[in-house]
Design a protein around this ligand. Structure first.
Ligand code: XLS
Ligand code: CA
Ligand code: CA
Length: 437
């Protein structure tokens, strides 16, 4: 068997924070117990197929820069098998428990739909064997309903019922493949579920059609006994100018409006919050507060760029803000931290794939440790508790329970006069968080 990564002969190991080995973990110690759980179980890392094994470093101005040995430019099943061998070698060497894919990342489209399904089934059977041999599991699968030109006007929101049917048929097989591989979740990301101009768009009909698409998916999952969690991944734009799944709040409202709320959670991606003009901890908190935090595509965007840069999540402060929300709300459940991230196109070597993932894993592990320490010390929760203390008794408790009314509150003001304005202590709290980094 070919070895695609001879330069990294052994799996990457934890060597502690003082190591000088750039191919070792400084913080990610999979078996270390943090608040009663191993780091492995807290973080549930996954490596994605699309950036890591399909992206070749091209951009709108330049050709491929990554000359990966598993590409032979045939887009054949044989090439897909080589890519799969490389992927599983990499997963094992990185020591991650999970991976993720789109159907078309793992197997090529054929000359017609039937052939595409056969290609997928072939690769899925091979993946099944590889998962068994390696112990690597599938965090989630999804269908690529945006790359092929047939989807230029969308998939589940397409104005043409024929394209809609094609997308449904493709999703059916992607869900079946995910089920076959024991996937713990299945993701819907609507890259082209949106529109370019309202002049040619019936928005209400498109959204209703999309809701029906998701209802059909729920029914199909039930039919085949797929019990993994369905996830929707918000993103406001790119590739489509207006995407329907703008952010967590928009998605939750859509799910409620179309009677889908019980069947879906959110797959959050920090980079997409950046594009939506939100802090990632905002979207995460919106999802988590509704009990809908499903999984995270761990990456970061660039506030200077208006596009999806999918960089590795190496900003420790940002990661701590993220892990504080995750820990506060009881962890990731069946979700995980999936590196939906790619090295820059100038990081041309295979070894750069290792550095990139080591950096992402280490900074998320460090953020986990830091966030847990902040939580254990209890200062932040005491600050929040104190800030809302007036709702624990008296008139505040009545408001909280929904037992007051405008007349009673007016009477309260007449009796108590002007309220004191209390400092929010933002700078002090920010300094406090920094003192943990
Ligand atoms: C693109 C999305 C996509 C989804 C899966 O911006 O992040 O990769 O995660 O379809
Ligand atoms: Ca993503
Ligand atoms: Ca992205």
């Amino acid at each position: 068997m070919t070895h695609y990564f001879p330069e990294v002969a052994e799996p990457v190991r934890y060597e502690g924070r003082d190591t000088t080995n750039p191919l070792a973990f400084r913080y990610y110690n999979a078996d270390q117990i943090v608040a009663g759980k191993t780091m492995r179980d807290h973080l549930r890392f996954a490596i994605c197929y699309w950036h890591t094994f399909q992206y070749r470093g091209s951009d709108p101005f330049g050709e491929a820069t990554f000359l990966r040995p598993w590409f032979d430019n045939t887009n054949s099943l044989a090439e897909a098998e080589n890519r799969q061998d490389a992927a599983f070698e990499f997963f094992q060497k990185m020591g991650v428990p999970y991976y993720t894919f789109h159907d078309r990342d793992i197997a090529p489209e054929g000359a017609n739909f039937g052939e595409s399904c056969k290609n997928l089934e072939h690769i899925v059977q091979r993946a099944k064997r590889k998962q068994e041999e390696s112990g690597i599991k599938l965090l989630w699968g999804t269908a690529n309903l945006f790359s092929n030109r047939r989807y230029t006007h969308g998939a589940g929101t397409n104005p043409d019922a024929h394209v809609y049917a094609y997308a449904a048929a493709q999703a059916k097989h992607a869900i079946a493949a995910t089920h076959e591989l024991g996937g713990e979740n299945y993701v819907f990301w609507g890259g082209r579920e949106g529109y370019e101009t309202i002049l040619n768009t019936d928005m209400k009909r498109e959204q209703e059609n999309f809701a029906n698409f998701l209802h059909m998916a729920v029914a199909y999952a039930k039919e085949i006994g797929f019990s993994g969690q369905f996830l929707i991944e918000p993103k406001p734009m790119e590739p489509t100018k207006h995407q329907y799944d703008v952010d967590s709040a928009t998605v939750l409202n859509f799910l409620r409006a179309y009677d889908l709320f019980d069947h879906f959670k959110i797959n959050h991606e920090p980079n997409h919050s950046t594009l939506a003009g939100h802090a990632t901890e905002h979207d995460l908190t919106v999802a988590a507060s509704a009990g809908k935090l499903g999984s995270i595509d761990a990456n970061r965007g660039d506030p200077q760029n208006g596009w999806d840069t999918d960089q590795f999540p190496t900003d420790i402060h940002a990661n701590v803000m993220m892990m504080l929300v995750v820990l506060k709300h009881g962890g990731l459940g069946s979700g995980g931290l999936n590196f939906d991230a790619k090295p820059r196109r100038s990081s041309v070597d295979l070894v750069d794939m290792f550095y990139a993932h080591i950096g992402g894993m280490d900074s998320m592990a460090r953020a986990l440790l830091t966030a847990q320490k902040i939580i254990d010390d209890g200062i932040l929760s005491r600050i929040i508790e104190d800030r809302y203390a007036s709702y624990s008794s008296g008139i505040g408790a009545k408001i909280s329970k929904g037992e007051s009314n405008f007349a009673e509150l007016e009477q309260y003001v007449l009796e108590h006069g002007e309220p004191n304005v209390v400092s929010g202590r933002q700078e002090m709290i920010e300094n406090l968080i920094n003192s943990y980094l």
